[in-house]
Design a protein around this ligand. Structure first.
Ligand SMILES: [Zn+2]
Ligand SMILES: [Zn+2]
Length: 260
């Protein structure tokens, strides 16, 4: 059953925006007390939202599509959807379709949302890649993503009234910025590339690495140990450290399982 009603404010989704993040943004922009409200009127479950997983046999995006005036197919492209063909309402989903691949649900962050406070100063939405546990850094701003409130030290939740504010009232865009280390930057950068995050190709990888080197000037000899090869990724010059620091041309699933 689809609704004829529409939300008062219906911003278009960004191309790399996650569906649950979009639902949170719709709630914020329409001044609803919680994204739960949008889930409720859209007749969607709360389960699984931390990892942006929606299941086509259970979750009908028809109402959301109507009230937000966004095509059903676009909403599904924003979700990580189950590839399970079983129609039971109690499917255990272990693999979902995301970024054009089948990805294990164990590789998604289930503890809550993460974000880049600097990205949020210009573009206020949740990127799909931020749901991946292995993405810890924003390659655009060379800083670690944030999942904890700087003020109250609690984990940030999706289901909170305002997009920018923690439940304690702290403006999350004012969070402290922590500069990334080189390995985490390199790994997140490679994953952003494989996930085709818009504008990632505009990043000059080598100059970003140099900036990070400068930021860690007291550990300069770490930095001269690396070369970046656009085909192979970050590689260590010394065979001695190569096994630990080699990000070769791995597929997305391998990168998402990478342990540093
Ligand atoms: Zn950023
Ligand atoms: Zn807080």
């Amino acid at each position: 059953m689809c609704s004829n009603k529409k939300l008062l404010r219906r911003p278009r989704p960004y191309i790399d925006e996650s569906l649950i993040g979009y639902i949170a943004r719709l709630a914020d922009t329409n001044y609803y007390p919680s994204p739960n409200y949008i889930l409720k009127i859209s007749q969607l479950r709360v389960t699984g939202i931390y990892s942006n997983i929606f299941i086509s046999k259970i979750d009908d995006l028809c109402i959301l599509s109507q009230i937000a005036e966004v095509e059903d197919s676009i909403l599904w492209a924003m979700a990580f959807s189950s590839t399970n063909s079983c129609s039971s309402a109690y499917i255990f989903t272990s693999v979902v379709k995301a970024f054009g691949e089948n990805i294990s649900t164990s590789l998604f962050n289930k503890t809550g949302p993460r974000f880049c406070p600097i990205c949020w100063q210009t573009k206020a939405y949740y990127s799909q890649v931020w749901h991946l546990s292995r993405v810890t850094v924003c390659p655009f701003h060379k800083c670690f993503l944030i999942d904890t409130c700087y003020n109250c030290n609690n984990k940030i939740k999706f289901l909170r009234p305002r997009l920018f504010k923690c439940q304690c009232g702290f403006d999350l865009r004012d969070s402290q910025i922590n500069i990334a280390n080189i390995e985490e930057f390199a790994l997140s950068f490679q994953i952003y590339k494989l996930c085709q995050v818009p504008e990632i190709e505009s990043i000059n990888y080598n100059s970003q690495i140099q900036d990070l080197e400068a930021a860690k000037s007291n550990k300069l000899n770490n930095l001269s140990d690396y070369n970046y090869d656009s085909f192979e990724g970050l590689i260590a010059k010394e065979p001695r450290v190569r096994n630990d620091t080699f990000f070769p041309l791995l597929g997305l699933e391998k990168l998402l399982n990478f342990r540093t």
